[in-house]
Design a protein around this ligand. Sequence first.
Ligand code: FHN
Length: 590
Amino acid sequence: MSKAKIATVISLLTAVILITGCTQPLAQGNKDYLTESKSEKDARMQWWREARFGMFIHWGAYSVLEGYYKGTPTPSLAEWIMNASKIPVDEYEEVVSRFNPVKFNADEWVRVAKQAGMKYIVITSKHHDGFSIWDSDVSDYDIVDRTPFKRDILQELSVACKKQGIKLCFYHSIMDWHHPDAKGENWPKYRDEYMKPQLAELITRYDPAVLWFDGEWVGEWTEPQGKELYNYVRSLKPDIIINNRVGKGRAGMQGMTQEGFVGDFGTPEQEIPATGLAGVDWESCMTLFHHWGYHRDYLNWLRPSQDYIRELIDIASKGGNLLLNIGPMSDGLFPEPCVQRFVDMGSWLAINGESIYGTQASPFKKLLWGRCTQRKGKLYLHVFDWPEDGVLVVPGLKNKVKKAYLLAGMKGNSLSVTRDMEDVLIKVPGKMDSAATVVVLEIEGDLEVVDVGVRQDKDGLVRLGAEEATIHGSAARIETAGGKSNIGYWSNVDDHLTWKFKLSTTGEFNVIVNFSCLEGVQGSEYTVSVDGKELSGKVRSTGDWRKYETVDLGKVELAKKGKYEFTVRPKTKPGFAVMNLRSVELRPVK
Ligand code: FHN
């Protein structure tokens, strides 16, 4: 049957659906999958929660331009070049006709992902430019019909993934800059006669494990449409997993929550939620070098492999997944410097993977020397900063430690374990791995950790960070921006903050507040208090919520070792918020 005929059949079928109002041609009735039970969702999400680490691939015709249009760097992201460089549709279609990735090898791509320790691949089936990298029967704007390459990328990838045991998942953009109906009053036509039939193709032909929607911010898209699309996709493949951008999920806290939103997991982008999201599935999608699609100038933006390894550990310690992106070149090859980062990540995971895959979030609020992950009966201590005195302090662990050893070493080489009140002390050998050395604690009984509060660092500094604060009130809450956390939304003058901390070195301390305040909202008066001593502050403007400055409120004398509580309490609030607060530091007076 010709493509035209198939398209006609699909259109007729869709027309019948539209008339009958049933938008799920293959639906098993009109089941509402959003009402599934917790146990059903847990079963469906299990492989994804255990996987912890996936490869994001942004690849399409935009890779031909490498971030440049007519000799000028595009002003936005490389994969946005059609929009950001205002390329007319017919000109962009000419770029498409030059897309010929003759060096593409699906087995090699999947091998690299596997070697990196990644358990799933999410690839852009269609990005915002509307170009499909599979052989679609719904449209000829695809890699088989519009390029000299003429091969079905997704078909080849699905075979390679099945062969190598990697889950294949699809990114799919709701927004479409190419399709004439993908805006305004024709939106329902695009949605029902184009987008959904294409999704049906993707699901029924290539059996993806996840559908990763994007471009949901367009005005034509709404949460109710998202709910309907969620059910439509699940009706085609009931065990499929769908992200929260199927609806308007990201409109909330930068995609960091799925509370009240449609979708199975939150999608913080280029962000790691400061304290994770207890009870919520989430995945941070991150780039290696700022752009998602390939850009010829940005390979020098790559960071050392250690940074990406620590990013994965940090995310796993907060209970999330890392979806780390690569933008292949137009010839079908991965940029070599990116592959090298993946190889290094895979080498670390080959030794330490047990501390990442299938683990849960840390039971500790914060560890000065690194991160922690856990599974029943075991704690994995990821040490970034090796203790100079060879003693690793595990604060507040109540359990008896049956055994301690280096995950990289032999389990037989037990480490010496002692206790100092509520702390467990591990005697550790010389530092092993620059990225992170994992110390395993096998513990007795159900895990029991008490919050011992913030500890003084080796220089005597006490840093009371936003993520360790106890927030007393209804409005103020933690937010993350640019990888840093702060107390924000502080619109209630009665909301106040406390921190517990433990002093091992006494003395006089300067009290330094790190804050921001939008111009026009300044003027709130507040006090800080500790050990019966009180200092006052008045919030000045820093110009913008994202512009942080510090203020020295004065000195306090803390003469005894032990536990303290520090409080920040507003007194007045002339504007609509008190301030954003990143931290309070007690800096030893030199
Ligand atoms: O606009 C896209 C962008 O190109 C990229 O695909 C990211 C990846 O999550 N999503 C959108 C920006 O949030």
